[in-house]
Design a binder for this molecule. Structure first.
Ligand code: VGL
Ligand code: ZN
Length: 198
């Protein structure tokens, strides 16, 4: 079976010094690079927001980062401005072997909707196109690594499992934000959807 490695959001803004730094987010880069040679396909994702993206606290009067607002698709966590299209924060972390990627997929580029998952935006219905790419390449199993365990890795893994892919998350090659117990909740949700974590 064709097995793909999906490297989620290893970008400057999710690494120490970045706008939404995940503790030790940069630590995983060398081991992810080493892992790339073990797969039939390597796909990188890139969080890619317009400067006025609705997930940014700066776009909501009187709101601070890490609060939530209701959106038509449900509650949305507000984030510091991050991964602005074309900016340094949105660039892949230095040292990530981007040359090994077969596909780079960008998400979160629609102003009014966030996209944690590499498959669907946060309404859980608007597709990114990744499913079609994987199916047309005959990919059946996915291994996921990257940032952040409890947000983009979690949502990507759950969506992939629901779509019928076999999914393994390598927790040693992920790092978490862990906002109000979000890591624990993510691990439970992934287990409940049949995602294998190692
Ligand atoms: C992410 C929060 C906002 C992630 C992206 O990559 O996990 N988290 N945007
Ligand atoms: Zn984002």
């Amino acid at each position: 079976m064709t097995h793909a490695l999906i490297v989620i959001d290893v970008q400057n803004d999710f690494c120490p010094g970045g706008a939404l730094a995940v503790p030790d987010g940069d630590e995983i880069v060398p081991a992810i690079n080493a892992r790339m040679t073990d797969f039939d396909a390597v796909i990188l994702t890139q969080d890619w927001h317009p400067p006025d993206h609705a997930s940014f606290a700066s776009q909501h009067d009187g709101k601070a980062p890490f609060g939530t607002v209701p959106m038509p698709y449900g509650p949305q966590v507000l984030w510091p401005d991050h991964c602005v299209q074309g900016g340094h924060g949105a660039a892949f972390r230095d040292g990530l072997s981007t040359g090994r990627a077969d596909l780079i997929i960008r998400k979160g580029f629609r102003r009014h909707i966030d996209s944690y998952s590499a498959f669907f935006e946060n309404d859980r219905t608007t597709p990114t196109g990744l499913e079609g790419y994987l199916r047309s390449r005959g990919v059946g199993h996915l291994t996921m690594v990257g940032l952040a365990t409890d947000f983009c890795v979690h949502f990507s893994a759950v969506d992939a499992a629901r779509l019928g892919f076999g999914v393994t998350v390598e927790l040693g090659l992920c790092r978490a934000i862990d906002l109000d117990g979000s890591l624990r909740a993510a691990l439970e949700a992934m287990a409940a959807e049949g995602v294998r974590t190692v």
